[in-house]
Design a protein around this ligand. Structure first.
Ligand code: 3HC
Ligand code: NAI
Length: 705
């Protein structure tokens, strides 16, 4: 091989009669400006050199090309633009082969679709995930994918953002050939030579309608997808734009379709949804960057114990088994352990019933599960997660047992939602090994894992917890000890704001509707009904003695619970659920209770628009979020954002509460809080951090760096 003029991120070398173009821009070969320039130069070289008969494009490292460089979005664009690079590749006068190993996503797949031939290796991941960043594919993807795959498959790939493997890519028409080898360069060179030997022609996708040839059938597919997307896209901006772009692929000549796509892409770039979604993408990767990571290697773990097989214990057990760990579950007695095991098996049986798991696969998983009622059986485990009743004394008794039986160096974790983990650690002789692992329900599904760091824990226990999160495919967020940690503490505050709104004049149904309109899947009163009103009621009763007597307290939920109306499980709560219905209906008797409570408190109800409801709801969330960051409970504002997106149904396209506040402008949010404080100075006390940032003209983002 002889080296030709190359840039540092795109090398091109002559190998016999093939020009090997190799993208080397770690970690994922994103298409930054230098890569785009390098690819342009390589195509010039290919056209100019008579010695080049074919071109092979490969990616170095673990990916082919993972797409446009997301960090460039929102900054002034730099030439050459990606659509021009794609067109240049397609216009090359020599056949171009793209060799896909690892990720070929977004712009990466658009580069591959601009090549004349696509070869895929095992482990290839093909996708157009722009929609999850609030975008449409912007380098010809919406025009070339339907030509290659047909309207239905291409549009579904773009709307779902999902990745498909090499074989599925071949079946879909996205890939021309598979190669079982592990070396992309060798496979690509061999394929290029095979094509040259066959005299294979240039095959620009743009030159023919391909699978769009049957226009009527294609239009029918697109109409059905448009109707479905309009129903499901819930205020999202880019899904319908994707449909519009595919319509352009059907209606317009290729070059016109590309222009249309570009205009939609730029409109998406300007949308706040793009800013929110891209913030979420990076924030989710940042939360694992914690101070302990630099100093402390995680402890090894393969065998773990779960104490308690109730709702959470069973879900955590499934998560651990799915992560390949060996699990012993401990329960109080024979009856409880049988129930615990049944709770675990129910999850797998559900998958079997849906045809998503075989009996054999379940048996293989359950072979790593041992039920027990004896603590002595967990003497040799590496890590324990306690998920017994939320009662400090019960938990202390369990931790004394763990301290007695567990081997030295075992990590001892609690799944408590609110309790003081320092106090739990203090009953053991090894507080350095005790940590909080706050999973969310259902624990085998929910992505969020709050890793709660008590005062005396050792740094390598913290990194072990993050390692466990990675194995379980969770999104970990580091939190400090306080009542409710990050999520439940902030939830308690905005729930209170919702209660005040209800007592002041908005109905629970209006509040839920406003919250859904903002993008949450459910409003706060629907959530209460789903979780069970009795849980919050028990907490309120427990806290009654320590509640600030000057703080406003709304009793409506207590009145509802006093009737035994605990939500879905009892058939009524804030809503009615006739015959086990899952979607509630407004209940006139609840409205009567609300009216009676207002009258008892002497409140004259006033109307609130959805916008006014959300201003208060969000102001309460952001203010408490700022307190949580200011007190060091959350490391950065982005940790609050990720907590809410991954654990509390916060609409991802708004980027999380702190990002939302930045986008509103912090002075505006603070002005709202100060205005509300005129009604209730105790509840609406502005967070010192928020005041400081406003005074300095800064935003939350300045603390994420
Ligand atoms: N641009 C810039 N940085 C990127 C990137 C991209 N497209 N994709 C990943 N990265 C960065 C990550 O932020 C991370 O950085 P860090 O180490 O500093 O935190 C690093 O690369 C590694 O990423 P992951 O931790 O996610 O690594 P994984 O191995 O778990 O996953 C991946 C790799 C599957 C490629 C995943 O990173 C991913 O899904 N990336 C995004 C792919 C994507 O959305 N592409 C479309 C972009 S939009 C586009 O192409 C527009 C076009 O149509 C015009
Ligand atoms: P649950 O009541 O469903 O299960 C608790 C289980 O612990 C029961 O099966 C009980 O038999 C068992 N248990 C009690 N004492 C025990 C002991 N000494 N030894 C062994 N097992 C014992 O409760 P759930 O909902 O699973 O909650 C467990 C913990 O998880 C609590 O701390 C709770 O705050 C926390 N949590 C709950 C969430 C939820 O949504 N349910 C969400 C996040 C955390």
């Amino acid at each position: 091989m002889t080296a030709e003029a190359s840039t540092s991120v795109v090398e091109h070398k002559q190998d016999g009669d093939v020009l090997l173009v190799s993208v080397n821009n770690p970690p994922v070969n994103a298409l930054g400006a230098a890569v785009r320039q390098g690819l342009m130069a390589a195509m010039e070289q290919a056209d100019a050199s008579a010695a080049v008969k074919a071109v092979v494009i490969v990616g170095q490292g673990k990916a082919f090309i993972a797409g446009a460089d997301i960090r460039e979005f929102g900054k002034p664009p730099v030439q050459p633009f990606l659509p021009d690079v794609c067109n240049r590749i397609e216009a090359c006068s020599k056949p171009v082969v793209a060799v896909i190993h690892g990720a070929a996503l977004g712009g990466g797949l658009e580069i591959a679709m601009s090549a004349h031939y696509r070869l895929a290796l095992p482990g290839a991941k093909l996708g157009l995930p722009e929609v999850s960043l609030g975008l449409v594919p912007g380098a010809g993807g919406t025009q070339r994918a339907p030509r290659l795959m047909g309207v239905k498959a291409a549009t579904e790939l773009m709307l779902s953002g999902q990745q498909i493997g090499a074989k599925a890519g071949l079946a879909a028409g996205l890939v021309d050939k598979l190669d079982d080898g592990a070396d992309p360069v060798a496979a690509g060179l061999a394929y290029a030579r095979e094509l040259l030997a066959q005299g294979a022609p240039l095959r620009p996708v743009s030159a023919t309608p391909g699978r769009l040839a049957d226009k009527a059938a294609a239009q029918a597919e697109l109409d059905a997808l448009r109707a479905d997307t309009a129903k499901k896209s819930r205020g999202l901006f880019s899904p319908l734009k994707i449909i519009d772009c595919v319509q352009a692929a059907l209606d317009l000549p290729f070059a016109e379709g590309l222009k249309f796509e570009r205009a939609q892409f730029l409109a998406c770039i300007d949308s706040p949804q793009r800013a929110g979604l891209i913030h979420a993408f990076f924030a989710e990767r940042e939360t694992a960057k914690i101070p302990e990571a630099r100093a402390a290697q995680p402890r090894a773990f393969s065998k773990i114990a779960i104490i308690g097989g109730g709702t959470m214990g069973a879900g955590i057990t499934v998560s651990a088994l799915d992560a390949g760990l060996v699990v012993t579950m401990i329960e109080r007695d024979a009856e409880s352990i049988a129930r615990g095991q049944a709770n675990v098996e129910k999850v797998y049986n559900g998958l079997i019933a849906k045809g998503r798991m075989s009996e054999e696969a379940k048996a293989a998983i359950m072979a790593r599960y041992t039920p027990s009622t004896r603590y002595d059986d967990i003497a040799d485990v590496d890590l324990v997660i306690e998920a017994v009743f939320e009662d400090l004394e019960v938990k202390k008794a369990v931790f004394k047992e763990l301290d007695r039986v567990c081997k030295s160096g075992a990590v001892l974790a609690t799944n408590t939602s609110y309790l003081d983990i320092d106090a739990i650690a203090a009953v053991t002789s090894r507080p350095q090994d005790v940590i909080g692992l706050h999973f969310f329900s259902p624990a085998n599904i929910m992505k969020l894992l709050e890793i709660v760091v008590p005062a005396k824990v050792a740094p390598d226990v913290v990194t072990t917890a993050f390692e466990l999160a990675k194995k379980m495919k969770k999104v970990p967020v580091r939190a400090g000890v306080c009542d409710g940690f990050i999520g439940n503490r902030i939830l308690a505050t905005y729930k209170q704001a919702a209660d005040y709104l209800m007592e002041d004049g908005a109905s629970p149904y209006e509040i839920d509707e406003a919250v859904r309109g903002f993008g949450f899947a459910m409003g706060p009163f629907q959530v209460t009904d789903l979780a069970g009103g009795d849980i919050g009621w028990a907490t309120r009763k427990r806290r009654a003695a320590t509640r600030d007597p000057k703080a406003r307290y709304v009793e409506i939920a207590d009145r509802i619970c006093e009737n035994g109306w605990f939500g879905q499980k009892t058939g009524r709560g804030f809503y009615l659920y006739p015959q086990g219905a899952r979607i509630g209906q407004p209940d006139p008797e609840v409205l009567a209770i609300v009216d009676a409570e207002r009258a008892r408190k002497g409140v004259t109800p006033r109307p609130f628009t959805a916008e006014e409801i959300m201003r208060r709801y969000m102001a309460a969330m952001v203010n408490e979020g700022a307190k949580v960051v200011g007190e060091g409970i959350a490391l950065r504002p982005l940790d609050v954002d990720v907590t809410f997106i991954s654990g509390y149904g916060f609409p991802r396209h708004r980027g999380g509460p702190m990002k939302w506040a930045d986008m509103q402008g912090l002075p505006k949010v603070l002005a709202d809080i100060e205005a509300f404080a005129k009604e209730d100075a105790l509840f609406w006390k502005p967070a010192p951090l928020l005041q400081k940032l406003v005074a300095e003209g800064k935003d939350f983002e300045s603390l994420n760096k």
